[in-house]
Design a protein around this ligand. Structure first.
Ligand SMILES: *[C@@H]1O[C@H](CO)[C@@H](O)[C@H](O)[C@H]1NC(C)=O
Ligand SMILES: *[C@@H]1O[C@H](CO)[C@@H](O)[C@H](O)[C@H]1NC(C)=O
Ligand SMILES: *[C@@H]1O[C@H](CO)[C@@H](O)[C@H](O)[C@H]1NC(C)=O
Ligand SMILES: *[C@@H]1O[C@H](CO)[C@@H](O)[C@H](O)[C@H]1NC(C)=O
Ligand SMILES: *[C@@H]1O[C@H](CO)[C@@H](O)[C@H](O)[C@H]1NC(C)=O
Length: 432
């Protein structure tokens, strides 16, 4: 009897503690609703009634009590992260979707944000088989683990994939170091070493090879961490990160019209698509099946990830945002503000002025990874470079993907190249 009394008191105290936290209440009551066969509808706040009902049968009380206790423990772990206010963002995309450009929205705020540009490049390279591909299962696990370490500012796992292997956590070979303002910051800039060649050297100041111990220290001091990657195939693979109580991670998936992506690839990797061009021009070459299969595979992966995200399963609730590159190009300031709002990170004037400067001011493009372009003009350019026959191939193999993201099909070359016809449906993906 005394034990029963004590448990009730503890249980009640636990309830009072969480009473203020609607999220927990609704999660727990979701669970209870499933268990209850009673017709009494549960409202958030209708908790004391359940308590009374449940003390009728002691075993079920203690079971729920243990569940509650564990939830509370989990919750307080989460609270520690929340209190620290550190936000972690993964910007997930595929190649040629404008992710370098969108990554700059975060890279430009280097005083409180630690931004990494494609760290998984090393992992993919190391895991590439003789066939030219990777073992998807093995790669997915490695990507996830490396991302998890990096979000905790731990570079040691990434180091194992850098070639040549860093010595004393020092490397002259980190891919695109200069694309991360954080990795070229004062506190990560070690003295220049004579005779060491750094392919990806900092542009803003002269630094020695990257000291990853310094990078880690700097990362730990920043308020937020952002990693951009074009290598994660399935959002579902990252579920353990969303559930890691040490991280408060959010995912931004960036997508772009697959026809535009292909057009851009055909320019950037012209040699690879020589046959496609010939085929489109009516040449006597068959369309490369392998490339068509790859195109379909990519489209399917992107669509499936987005479907998981948009469905908002409990592990992703409030942690997923879908953004179309075309919307960013047309309304960069508005979309950037939305992305910041979703992240919970203040949108500073530093970022705003970078956006102003880089979406209007310059027509200059320098190299395949260039981010300086008049974005609203650039975003439609592909319509004049992609042969209609190839647009049709994309529409055939990527149809469901186009539909999901609101990209309109074209029925003729005339429609494709008619700039007065928009190919982008207005679509809202997330109620923020
Ligand atoms: C639950 O416990 C309270 C106080 O111990 C008691 O007054 C109440 O009748 C119990 N409820 C049920 C359904 O047994
Ligand atoms: C608490 O969190 C761990 C992992 O973070 C999870 O495995 C477990 O199911 C959670 N427990 C409850 C009761 O939610
Ligand atoms: C891929 O990797 C997984 C896990 O490492 C392994 O179990 C599987 O056999 C590999 N598959 C192939 C085709 O090599
Ligand atoms: C790298 O940075 C760490 C931390 O600042 C420092 O202790 C270490 O000596 C540096 N390594 C070299 C080789 O300079
Ligand atoms: C950017 O492109 C749009 C669309 O072509 C055009 O209206 C605008 O004037 C351009 N802005 C600048 C600054 O070049």
């Amino acid at each position: 009897m005394r034990i029963k009394y004590t448990i009730c008191i503890v249980f009640f105290v636990a309830l009072v503690i969480i009473e203020k936290e609607n999220r927990i209440i609704s999660r727990v009551s979701d669970k209870l609703t499933l268990k209850q066969t009673s017709q009494t509808p549960l409202r958030p706040g209708g908790f004391s009634r359940i308590l009374l009902k449940h003390n009728a049968s002691f075993p079920s009380l203690s079971k729920d009590f243990m569940l509650m206790k564990r939830r509370l423990e989990n919750y307080s772990k989460h609270q520690e992260v929340m209190k620290s206010g550190k936000k972690h963002i993964l910007l997930l995309a595929t190649t040629r979707t404008g992710s370098s450009f969108v990554g700059e929205f975060f890279n430009q705020q280097a005083d409180n944000m630690f931004y990494l540009f494609e760290p998984l490049w090393h992992v993919e390279k190391m895991l590439t088989l003789d066939t030219g591909g990777t073992n998807a299962t093995a790669a997915a696990a490695a990507y996830r683990n490396v991302l998890q370490h990096l979000l905790l500012c731990d570079f040691t796992l990434l180091e194992k994939f850098i070639d040549p292997l860093p010595v004393d956590h020092i490397t002259p070979a980190l891919f695109r170091r200069e694309s991360s303002t954080s990795l070229c910051g004062e506190s990560v800039c070690s003295p220049v070493v004579k005779g060491v060649f750094e392919r990806y050297h900092c542009k803003t100041r002269r630094c020695g090879p990257l000291n990853l111990t310094m990078a880690s220290k700097s990362c730990l001091q920043k308020d937020h961490r952002v990693i951009k990657s074009v290598r994660v195939r399935q959002l579902e693979n990252l579920r353990p990160l969303a559930e890691d109580p040490r991280l408060d991670v959010k995912f931004i998936q960036l997508v772009r019209d697959p026809r535009a992506v292909l057009a851009s690839r055909m320019v950037a990797f012209a040699a690879k698509y020589k046959n496609w061009k010939e085929w489109a021009m009516g040449g006597d070459v068959p369309l490369d099946d392998d490339e068509v299969r790859k195109l379909k595979g990519n489209c399917d992966n992107i669509r499936l990830s987005a479907k998981v995200g948009l469905r908002q399963p409990p592990w992703l609730r409030g942690r997923y945002m879908l953004v179309r590159y075309e919307d960013i190009a047309r309304f960069p300031m508005k979309k950037a503000a939305e992305m910041y709002k979703f992240s919970g990170i203040p949108f500073t004037s530093q970022v705003k002025s970078w956006i102003l400067k880089n979406t209007h001011a310059s027509k200059e493009t320098s190299g395949v990874y260039s981010t300086q372009k008049n974005s609203s003009e650039q975003v439609e350019k592909w319509r004049f470079s992609l042969p209609f026959k190839i647009a049709q191939v994309v529409q055939r193999v990527c149809g469901p993907t186009l539909k999901l993201f609101g990209y309109k099909f074209v029925s003729s070359e005339k429609v494709l190249t008619d700039k007065s016809i928009s190919l982008i449906e207005d679509k809202v993906f997330n109620a923020l």
